[in-house]
Design a protein around this ligand. Structure first.
Ligand code: GDD
Length: 415
């Protein structure tokens, strides 16, 4: 088959409700992959990047959230992008490679020559066509996106060593305790269908080991099956580590932005990165205004078409305003995500904060933080339906859903 006819599919791993717990309280009622960054669901960014892959046949989202949580999103994004997007629900977590394997028959329906696999909780410009081209050149089973990070932060990720000339993956260790390398795994891969054979190999090997031990000791069988259920396979530890140095896996380094989105603080930072990307890729999505007919806009700002912003408000940079939000006269918004149906009354100020769905922010009130994205209280988060009464200040705090604040709070977690 000619390269131009070869089909490609993309799989995005979205996890499930027992993952993403560091994202609370924002993930209480909304699955983390649907949380808006720059006004679009987190998973929308990798999905729209997939659209740029030549000969893309389908996009699958694999997770263990209930189907109904993704149904609306999946049908609207399929219509918008004109590419079938399907949500496939695992009956239980199978691990990042096990989940892929579990749905191998559906993924292979179109006989794709290549399968992209993406973590949904990473933020980057997803250089997928370039990765595919490099992957074809390398001729291996898989190519992974990698980036250099600071030596201090590398241990939170998969650290790896690659051949500087051939780009072959020579060594891989997942979140090592001692420093290996500042080159890390970005959680974005392209594979040939041979990846399924590699995953199958892990389960078969485990089964063989379990059978061996069954003969020798019942206790050791229990420990093998308890630590590694047969159908639970992790991509990093079980596939990437053992295949490193075997001329099967290669790396493609990005020099562009890349972040992992595990906490609300990081979602605010990533919202800023995506807004900045819109400036060159889709400027029509950004708001503009000079304070005459519409509000004064500074830097990159997204405003949902249904939101009502008073012309005397001043918003930006890095502000994202969701559906049906009302922003009153004289309001100042800097570096914040305002979720659906929030009301912000006159002269309120919101800085480095996320304001949860249906919350209400009173007149002359202040919701603020110091903006250290990595610190626990570096941003202020108001959960769903929080009421901040007039003239109250909420500084460096996390407020759980349905609370009413009539006094000022600082450096507190309000349960
Ligand atoms: N469907 C499904 N089922 N998804 C899963 C499962 C599962 O059982 N387990 C994990 N995932 C999804 C997560 O939602 C996430 O998108 C991705 O798979 C990887 O999650 P983890 O296995 O928890 O790894 P991690 O995010 O801590 O680290 C991985 O990504 C880093 C880049 O962000 C590793 O691959 C690191 O090496 C890498 O640096």
């Amino acid at each position: 088959m000619e390269i131009s006819e070869e089909k490609v599919v993309a799989v995005i791993m979205v996890g499930g409700p027992t993952k993403g717990t560091r994202f609370r309280p924002l993930s209480f009622n909304t699955p983390k992959p649907l949380f808006p960054l720059a006004g679009q669901a987190m998973v929308h960014h990798p999905i729209s990047a997939c659209k740029r892959i030549p000969n893309l046949a389908q996009i699958f989202l694999i997770g263990f959230y209930e189907e109904r949580e993704f149904a609306l999103y999946v049908s609207s994004i399929s219509n918008e992008l004109k590419v079938p997007v399907r949500y496939l629900k695992e009956d239980k977590p199978h691990g990042s490679a096990g989940g892929l394997y579990y749905f191998r028959n559906m993924i292979m329906e179109d006989c794709p020559s290549h399968i992209f696999l993406l973590n949904c909780d990473v933020c980057c410009n997803f250089p997928l066509p370039d990765m595919l081209e490099a992957h074809r050149r390398y001729g291996g089973m898989g190519t992974m996106l990698v980036i250099k990070v600071s030596a201090e932060s590398a241990s939170q990720f998969g650290e790896l060593v690659a051949d500087p000339i051939t780009k072959e993956l020579l060594h891989y260790t997942e979140k090592p305790e001692t420093f290996v390398s500042d080159l890390i795994n970005c959680g974005v891969y392209v594979f040939t269908p041979d990846i399924f054979t590699a995953i199958e190999g892990v389960s078969t090997h485990r089964e063989d080991r379990a059978n061996l031990r069954r003969v020798s000791s019942f206790e050791s069988l229990q420990s093998v099956t308890r630590t590694f259920p047969m159908d639970f396979v992790r991509l990093d530890q079980d596939i990437l580590s053992p295949l490193a140095g075997k001329k099967q896996l290669y790396t493609y380094e990005t020099m562009d932005f890349w972040e992992q989105i595990k906490t609300p603080g990081m979602s605010l930072k990533c919202s800023a990165l995506y807004l900045a990307q819109f400036r060159s890729a889709s400027p029509h999505l950004l708001a503009s205004g000079d304070g005459t007919k519409s509000a004064t806009v500074i830097g990159d700002v997204y405003v949902h078409p249904s939101a009502k912003v008073h012309p005397t408000a001043k918003i930006g940079p890095n502000v994202s305003i969701s559906a049906n939000v009302r922003v009153g006269a004289g309001v100042r918004l800097i570096s914040c995500i305002i979720l659906d149906d929030v009301e912000i009354k006159e002269n309120a100020v919101i800085i480095h904060s996320i304001v949860g769905w249906k919350s209400s922010i009173g007149k002359w009130s202040r919701v603020q933080a110091d903006g250290d994205y990595n610190a626990k209280l570096g941003i202020t988060i108001l959960g769903e339906a929080v009421i901040v009464e007039d003239e109250a200040a909420v500084i460096n705090s996390i407020v759980l859903p349905n609370k009413t604040l009539n006094i000022s709070v600082q450096d507190e977690i309000i349960l």
